[in-house]
Design a binder for this molecule. Sequence first.
Ligand SMILES: Cc1ncc(COP(=O)(O)O)c(C=O)c1O
Length: 382
Amino acid sequence: MDLAVKKITLGSSKSKVAISVTKNLIPMIMDVVQFEVQKAMSSKLQQIDLENIPFGKVFTDHMFVVDYYNNKWQEAKILPYGKLELSPSISALHYGQAIFEGMKAYKNFKGENMMFRPHDNIKRFNQSASRMCMPKVPDKLFIEGLRQLIIADSDWIPEKKGYSLYLRPMMFATEERIIVKPSDEYKFLIIASPAGKYYNEPLKVYIETHYSRAAKGGVGNAKAAGNYGAVMFPSQIAKNKGYHQVIWTDASEHQNIEEAGTMNVMFVIDNVLVTPQLSDTKLPGITRHSVLSVAREWGVKVEERTITVTELIEAYNAGKLTEAFGTGTAATIAHIKTIGHEDKDYHLADANANSLSWKISEELTNIKYGTSTDNFGWMHKV
Ligand SMILES: Cc1ncc(COP(=O)(O)O)c(C=O)c1O
């Protein structure tokens, strides 16, 4: 490892962790990144049943915070999780320069704290930052922030297989100025929330052919906060009709399947694993990539290509559409049992132990838990 942690005194209520960084590896940041660590006075953990909590509602004792101003990232801090003091004029609240990531840490069967593909999330975060005209967060600062937060809150990682600590890195514009221009100041934070299942049942999804999530040349492939605000209205309409999520179609013709609200989508058609090819209108999902990698390793035929709504319905009618599922960090692999289109529902058989999606889901869980070999080098020990 390129970082040499000189002093870690996480036990005290206020301490400093000095991390020296080899200069040529991270030209963007100063030679020594100072981590101030302020431990929470008491932990909330005793009041929490880690294996029985609603997704995204409970947060750990600490958070990682670092500000950007004067053209550079300032001193990073681990602070007790708590409220931020912000001015009503900060640019993010008005012009939407806000991005985030979703990733997970696990306790493997040996009790070690592991991160799943953190560098892929960091890369995607910085791609989102570029698209939104925001500064990049240097890899070393980002990974060290994740590590220090996980170390501070390691007791919060559920031990049960399939459970995890969801990590939410985010950045938003903090310059106090109401003028449409890229902000000169930003705040980067990482918060964490213990997580179990996102969905407790197979999904009913609705193919949306009126509203759009993303258009060519837009920000659909960035994890920009505004992408999520924009789809709440059509998603709510689908929810009111009894569907869990929307499957988006292309913005110009509404013919091609894109992705689901918080997941990429995949289908098994005629024994081939088919998923829409990546483009600037879809988030390049890390779970999507993981599923395709495992499938290819197993010799499953995989196609990343255009899938039209018509093809999907014809495949269904011909009995060739045997599986449909979403892939995402929060939901992992979410089986789809019903696909609604216009005023008709198409029902698929429940996934079972012989389904491809089931088997891949098991394999990914085992890799994360350490009981399957990690041939891809995805797991990183904290
Ligand atoms: C719009 C959207 N698509 C796809 C995904 C799946 O991405 P990942 O597998 O990296 O979580 C997500 C979740 O992050 C998402 O919000």
